[in-house]
Every structure is written in C-alpha cells, then in structure tokens.
Design a protein around this ligand. Structure first.
Ligand SMILES: [Zn+2]
Length: 63
C-alpha cells in the first residue's frame, strides 16, 4: 500500500486516525508490503499483508 493512502483511510470502527508501522517496504516504490495500522482512537490494530491493508471492522472479524 502507498503511504499517502493513510490520508484517505480511517478506522472503520471509530473513524479515528490510523498510524502506520511499516515492517517491510518495497525499496523501489516505498510501498508498504508488511506492517500494521493502529487506530489512534480505539487502539484497534489492522494488519498490512502482501501490500494490502486489511481494514475490516472488529465486528466482522468474528464471523
Ligand atoms: Zn478506531
């Protein structure tokens, strides 16, 4: 995912800002390949896997 996507997305649970922690970035494009997005509001953690942010609300994860 591109880092500037952070300006466009927010927490699906509380609409809070998301903070990015990048564990692995693409050296050519600077896109995040692996990492986590943490909500500054409710603290929910969303994984970024293979470049795809998984922004499912907590209510859907239990299904
Ligand atoms: Zn939240």
């Amino acid at each position: 995912m591109r880092q500037d996507l952070l300006d466009l997305v927010c927490c699906p649970d509380c609409r809070g800002d998301l903070r990015l922690r990048a564990d692995q970035t693409d050296p050519a494009t600077q896109e995040i390949l692996e990492g986590t997005l943490t909500c500054a509001g409710c603290g929910h953690v969303f994984p970024v896997e293979e470049g795809i942010p998984n922004l499912l609300p907590a209510s859907l994860e239990e299904d």
